[in-house]
Design a protein around this ligand. Sequence first.
Ligand code: MRU
Length: 343
Amino acid sequence: MEPVRWTGKTLQLLDQTRLPLQEEYVEYRHYEEVAHAIRTMVVRGAPAIGAAAAFGVVLAAQTAVAAGREVKEEVTKAVEVLAATRPTAVNLFWALNRMKRKAEEVSHLPAEEAVRLLAAEAEAILQEDLANNRAMGRYGAELVPEKAGILTHCNAGALATAGYGTALGVIRAAKEMGKDIHVFADETRPLLQGARLTAWELQREGIPVTLITDNTAAFVMQKGWVDLVLVGADRIAANGDTANKIGTYGLAVLARHHGIPFYVAAPFSTFDLSLKNGAEIPIEERSPEEVTAFGGRPVAPPGVKVFNPAFDVTPAELITAIITERGVIYPPFTENIARMMGN
Ligand code: MRU
């Protein structure tokens, strides 16, 4: 599964707004279109957004060369536009900073050569993410019992990354190790990433999955069907506080009440050590229509006030461990995150 594909000249994104009913790639030639695709969630999930934005920068550089404009100037403009799409997932800013640094580094070279090196950098971001997911999978799978019920939220799978996935990567790896896994996928209101994407991904792979409404999570835990909760992340502060899809915090509270371990799987590109704690993480608010309509059909009285945050922050004290590409980080998080990241 390749949610982000580079053809050598154009960017192709698997349109996640159409899944699971249609499997369709859209082709992009201009960075403004890529920005629109990120905003409207044609591509979504923290690492996938970062990779798509990186290729958006390459498209900007290509456009500059074709129009005889300055590459560095066009790249600066593109970075600004792409950075203004979604505020919470730090992978977006991490990837854009990496591309900006590369653009500076190659600015003395002939324009075509600079574009080639920028494309190679974006490809590297994509390939490294894939390798990181596989490494996370290997470390994380060790934490999964031989027979396990796993509850997950949103989609932290191949679709949200370069492929393979973070939380779903751990599940894939556990399955590859021969473990007897059953996944409970929260549907994940309001945009249904769990129902539309996670259930689809797991089903395609033959990993047993039961779709539940978000409200059912407590009940399946009470029944003793959940051995661990496993989610991805959009931004992790220096103390381990973790922003992820709205509803994740509630799951962590439920897991603590039921004595169930709560794991976060995320690559280092999701950590933001410039933030002391989760209170500093910017939380995206999306349009009220996502809540007042279901499948395009209005389900609320016109004009009703809506609060629609796309993410919440799970306090570090509710997290059992964070699975990364370099190993599993346990509390105390502030010290252990800094040590693992080599700071
Ligand atoms: O709004 P989305 O669909 O981009 O939110 C995605 C999530 O919250 C994922 O759990 C997170 O980005 C981790 S993806 C590996």
